[in-house]
Design a protein around this ligand. Structure first.
Ligand code: PMP
Length: 418
């Protein structure tokens, strides 16, 4: 080993892959995959510029398409009231707060926003971060440590997994939505750890299904654990008024310790929040690295969320419409015999194709026929679980949904013929 070390110390013998990004084996693997895709005659499907507002339609290369590739679930991005609020905030405060809120970045808008989020969800308080991904990484990474156990759904979002890694806690994944398996993990292992965190999501963005939250609350109470719910895809979406999974099940929001959500989806902005009890919110605001050592959310981003919450409270029919359109899409797809997996009561509807290449091709065939829908392939989903993912918005018309499902069924049929 010493000889090896000495050998590596000679600069001329240090391999290029150690100090040159072009020679990174991981980068070369990416280039190889890109070449393989190009060799199959498939255009690069990534980073396609969308030239207009992303709503029920979009524009790509000058062509209007029906769009199912946006999380603008309740149509808040592009809403004139929301846009005006962002413009007014820029006029008043500028485009950036130019410092961490802890020092000089705090604006009256920030507290107003955090109060509004807490009131909307039904918790004591909330804290807002500049990224949804960063919210999970810094919160989970900071609140838990080596002596702790994190029990999470196997389909947890990357940001949650990164948070687990950063924390150094023991992380155990349970099979998707299997609360009984989660309970068994706690029964068997709770006594060996100090703090335990259970993590679920309000709506899973790969499958469009919803966990049995009352059961998870029962488990967390019985085993004296914390419960965290990522509401990225459920806030503004579930429940009669869009207040999320707590409203869907009619549970008290205070039964969950950490409500997490993104500001980038139903709230038409950029950032994330943690809502919960006063103590955890205060602790995060004074100590979470991703908050303390990061700039405060920008004035237009904060103002657009505040406005979106007001619009949502005034127009709950947006949520009702979103739910009705989602139900229509799901029913029609099922009638056509398409495989929608476990999607239920949510605007995320997968069409499971199985084969990765086929799902890329299906997405491109639909694109040619005027429909923009993203695919999901391995490693984001299991090898045989490749799919298209339709994200419904409240702005989709019934006609758009009917014609989409008709075209989709035709293209799936053609795909099976080949
Ligand atoms: N959590 C979940 C479940 C998500 O789906 C996402 C992003 N799609 C995030 C967190 C991160 O949010 P953002 O994109 O706003 O950073």
């Amino acid at each position: 080993l010493l000889r090896q070390k000495a050998k590596l110390a000679t600069p001329s013998e240090i391999p290029l892959e150690y100090y040159c990004f072009e020679h990174y084996p991981e980068y070369r693997k990416l280039k190889q995959q890109q070449q393989e895709i190009a060799a199959l005659g498939i255009n690069n499907p990534f980073f396609t510029p969308q030239e207009a507002l992303n709503s029920n339609t979009t524009i790509v290369a000058g062509r209007e398409l029906i769009n199912y590739a946006t999380y603008n679930y309740v149509g808040m991005s592009g809403d004139p009231v929301v846009s005006q609020a962002a413009k007014d905030a820029i006029d008043h405060y500028g485009t950036s707060v130019s410092a961490s809120r802890l020092v000089s970045g705090e604006k009256p808008l920030h507290r107003e926003l955090e109060r509004a989020i807490a009131d909307f969800i039904g918790t004591e308080d909330s804290v807002v971060f500049v990224g949804g991904h960063a919210t999970n990484v810094t919160t989970v990474g900071h609140l838990f440590g080596q002596n702790d156990l994190i029990v999470h759904d196997c389909l947890s979002h990357n940001s949650l997994l990164q948070g687990c890694l950063l924390s150094g806690a023991t992380a155990v994944a349970f099979p998707h939505n299997d609360w009984e398996a989660a309970r068994r993990v706690l029964q068997e292992r709770r006594h060996r750890y100090k703090r335990v965190l259970i993590i679920v999501e309000g709506v899973y963005s790969t499958d469009g299904d919803i966990p049995n939250l009352p059961e998870f609350i029962e488990i967390k109470k019985r085993h004296k654990a914390f419960l965290m719910v990522d509401e990225a895809h459920s806030i503004g979406v579930l429940g009669a008024a869009g207040r999320g999974i707590s409203e869907y099940f009619g549970i008290d929001a205070r039964d969950v310790d950490l409500w997490m959500g993104t500001l980038s989806k139903s709230f038409a902005s950029c950032g994330g929040y943690i809502a919960g009890g006063q103590a955890v919110v205060e602790y995060l605001k004074y100590t979470a690295p991703g908050f303390v050592f990061s700039v405060g959310i920008s004035p237009p981003n904060a103002a657009s969320v505040l406005a979106a919450i007001e619009v949502l409270k005034a127009e709950p029919q947006r949520v009702t419409r979103l739910q009705a359109r989602s139900r229509l899409f799901l029913e029609l797809a099922k009638q056509k015999g398409l495989n929608t997996g476990t999607s239920k009561d949510s605007p995320v509807i997968p069409i499971i194709v199985g084969d990765s290449l086929k799902s890329v091709q299906l997405s491109q065939n639909l694109f040619k026929r005027g429909i923009n829908v993203p695919f999901m392939i391995y490693p984001s989903v299991p090898h045989n679980g490749a799919r298209l993912r339709f994200f419904i918005t409240c702005n989709h018309t019934e006609d758009q949904i009917r014609s989409t499902v008709d075209i989709l069924a035709e293209e799936v049929e053609k795909m099976h013929e080949h």
